[in-house]
Design a protein around this ligand. Structure first.
Ligand code: NI
Length: 169
């Protein structure tokens, strides 16, 4: 396994759209293990998307089980070719990103989402996620379409905040 290099803003590759995964073979599973190790090595990351390490396939990992304040969550989610099928409500919340290490920002997201995705065995699963987990999933899925939270700020002047020190886990 390996910790992979994270692309950071303003790297143009972060704007690239990712393509669906075809066969989930050993090569893909090895990549996902490396992606997982990279997420776990990062500071306080609750998710990671394949494009953040320069692989433009529709793969994200989200894990909201270790947040400081406990939130409803599904544990560690491996989402391959995820698609949101329903959005409910809207809420503003603060987001950070390993690809934007120096800033956090306030972003409007759906309060709850229903999604389907393939798991590591290639089986289709459906999840209903709310609150912080729903936010993390929407954030990570944006990476698959070449979007960063910076692209969703209503106002850079009012909604973007400089970090002093990246919060340690
Ligand atoms: Ni991110």
């Amino acid at each position: 396994m390996a910790v992979l290099e994270i692309l950071t803003y303003p790297d143009e590759r972060l704007k690239q759209e990712a393509t669906p995964v075809g066969a989930i073979d050993d090569e893909v599973r090895t990549f996902i293990a490396d992606l997982e190790e990279t997420m776990d090595a990062g500071p306080g990351g609750v998710g990671i998307a394949a494009p953040q390490v320069g692989r433009f396939q529709r793969i994200v990992i989200v894990d909201c089980s270790k947040t400081r304040k406990p939130v409803p969550n599904h544990g560690r989610l491996f989402l391959i070719n995820p698609e949101i099928t329903q959005w409910d409500g809207m809420v503003v919340g603060r987001e950070g990103c390993m690809s934007v290490p120096d800033y956090t920002g306030n972003v409007i997201r759906a309060e709850a989402v229903t999604l389907k995705a393939l798991d590591l065995d290639g089986n289709e699963q459906e999840y209903h996620c709310e609150g912080f987990e729903a936010r993390a999933i929407q954030h990570e899925m944006d990476h698959l379409d070449g979007m960063l939270f910076l692209d969703r700020l209503v106002s850079r002047r009012n909604d973007l905040f400089k970090r002093k020190v990246y919060q340690k886990k």
